[in-house]
Design a protein around this ligand. Structure first.
Ligand code: NAD
Length: 370
C-alpha cells in the first residue's frame, strides 16, 4: 500500500473550519485498511500575509510541489482589502495554479435527490443530475497577448484581448476530457464558437483529431457554446462531460453550478500534465466558494464542498474510486436524513453546525462501510 502525501492549505475565513471537517474524514479513512494518507498543513492567503508578508511562502510552495495533491480551503476577506495588489490573498491561489501548471479545471454539478426542490429549475429537470464541466484554465482570452487598452490618435481608446490557443493546449485538455469520460458515462460534448471564431475552428479540429486517433471508444459531440448554455438549463441531464475553453468554461461552469443550489455544495479540481517518469499529475482540490467572512468563526459553514473536493482527490489523484464513492454516498445519506447546514436548510428545517455535519458524514461512512 503506497502512502499519499496531501498538503492542506486551509486559508482564511471559513477555510480552516471546513478543512478541519475534511481532516476528520481523512483520519477516518486512515483508520481503515487499504488507506494511508500523510497530511501536513501550511498557510495561504491573508493568514500567510500576516505571518510572512506574502500570500504564500516559498516553503509552502516547495511542499505543494512535493505533495501528491493539495487541498485548498479559501482565501481573502475585508481584513486584507488594503494589501498591495501583488501580495493580496488571491495571489497565493494564482501562484499555486501557475507554478503547478494546473491547466484542467473540473467542476462537477451533482444534484442530490434531497436537494432537488431547492434548485431554481423544476425538480424533474435536475433530480439525479451528474455532469462535469471541464474548463481549460491557463490559456485563451484571459492570457493571450496583446492584452491592452491603447489611446488612439483621435483620443478614443481601444481595448484588446486576444483569444489564443495552440494545438498542444487543446490536445492536452481534450485528453483529460476523454480520460475522465471513460471513468463516467463515456460521453464528451466539446463546446466552442467555430461559426464566428478561428480559435473555435482549431478547437473543433484538434478535439476531433485526438478523438479519432486515441479515444474513438468515447462518444463525442460538438455544440456551439451559446447553444450549450441554453441546453444546460433546458435539459442538463443530456450531458456527461463538457469540455470547453477558459472563457466559455468560466461562464458555463457557473451556470451548471447554480443548477444544484448552494455554493457550499460545490467541489472542484485542477489538474496539471502527467509527469513523464511517474505518470502522476500535479493537482489541487478546492471548494468553489470563497472565505465567506460573513459567517466565518460561527460554525455555520457547510463543509460539504470541501469534503466533496477530497472525494475528487481520492478519485482523480489516487485512483481510489471506491473510497470516493463512499464519501459521496455518505454525503447523500446525510442529506437524505434531513441533516443540513443553514445554507441548504428549507424553511422551518433545523440546521446543524459545521462540526455536526462533518461528524454526521463520518458516521454515515462508517455505516456504509459496515
Ligand atoms: P463567498 O463564496 O465567500 O460567499 C458568498 C455567499 O455564500 C456568502 O453569503 C457566504 O456566507 C455563502 N457561503 C459561501 N460558502 C459557504 C459555505 N461553505 N457554507 C455556507 N455558506 C457559504 O464569496 P464572496 O462573499 O464574494 O467573497 C468573500 C471573500 O472570499 C472575498 O475576499 C473573495 O475575494 C474571496 N473568494 C475567494 C475564493 C477562493 O479562495 N477560491 C473564491 C471566491 C471568493
Amino acid at each position: 500500500m503506497s502512502t499519499h502525501k496531501i498538503l492542506m492549505l486551509p486559508g482564511d475565513g471559513i477555510g480552516p473550519e471546513v478543512m478541519a471537517e475534511t481532516g476528520r474524514v481523512i483520519d477516518w479513512l486512515n483508520g481503515q485498511t487499504g488507506h494511508s494518507f500523510e497530511t501536513e498543513s501550511d498557510l495561504v492567503g491573508g493568514s500567510a500575509y500576516d505571518a510572512h508578508g506574502e500570500a504564500i511562502s516559498e516553503s509552502a510552495m516547495d511542499k505543494a510541489m512535493a505533495a501528491d495533491a493539495v487541498l485548498f480551503g479559501a482565501v481573502g476577506g475585508p481584513k486584507w482589502d488594503a494589501v498591495p495588489y501583488e501580495k493580496r490573498p488571491e495571489a497565493g491561489l494564482l501562484r499555486l495554479r501557475k507554478d503547478l501548471d494546473l491547466f484542467a479545471n473540473l467542476r462537477p454539478a451533482i444534484c442530490y435527490p434531497a436537494l432537488a426542490s431547492s434548485s431554481s429549475l423544476r425538480p424533474e429537470v435536475i433530480e439525479g443530475l451528474d455532469i462535469l464541466i471541464l474548463r481549460e484554465l491557463t490559456g485563451g482570452v484571459y492570457f493571450g497577448e496583446p492584452k491592452e487598452i491603447v489611446t488612439l490618435e483621435n483620443g478614443e481608446k481601444r481595448a484588446v484581448d486576444t483569444q489564443l490557443y495552440t494545438t498542444h493546449e487543446i490536445e492536452r485538455i481534450a485528453r483529460v476530457a476523454f480520460e475522465i469520460a471513460r471513468t463516467r458515462g463515456n460521453r464528451v460534448t466539446s463546446m466552442e464558437k467555430r461559426n464566428v471564431m478561428r480559435s473555435g475552428v482549431l478547437w473543433h479540429e484538434v478535439v476531433s483529431a485526438v478523438h479519432k486517433s486515441e479515444y474513438s471508444d468515447v462518444k463525442l459531440d460538438h455544440m456551439l457554446a451559446d447553444a450549450g448554455g441554453m441546453q444546460l438549463v433546458r435539459w442538463p441531464k443530456q450531458f456527461d462531460v463538457i469540455v470547453t475553453d477558459n472563457l466559455f468554461g468560466d461562464m458555463l461552469s457557473d451556470v451548471a453550478a447554480m443548477l444544484t443550489g448552494s455554493l457550499g455544495m460545490l467541489p472542484s479540481a485542477s489538474l496539471g500534465a502527467p509527469d513523464e517518469a511517474t505518470g502522476k499529475r500535479k493537482a489541487m482540490y478546492e471548494p468553489v466558494h470563497g472565505s465567506a467572512p460573513d459567517i466565518a468563526g460561527q460554525g455555520k459553514a457547510n463543509p460539504i464542498a470541501m469534503i466533496a473536493s477530497l472525494a475528487m482527490c481520492l478519485r482523480y489523484s489516487f485512483g481510489q474510486g471506491e473510497a470516493a464513492d463512499l464519501v459521496e454516498g455518505a454525503i447523500a445519506d446525510v442529506l437524505a436524513d434531513g441533516i443540513v447546514t443553514a445554507d441548504i436548510a428549507a424553511k422551518g428545517q433545523n440546521a446543524v453546525s459545521t462540526g455536526e455535519m462533518g461528524q454526521a458524514i463520518v458516521k454515515a461512512m462508517g455505516k456504509r462501510a459496515g
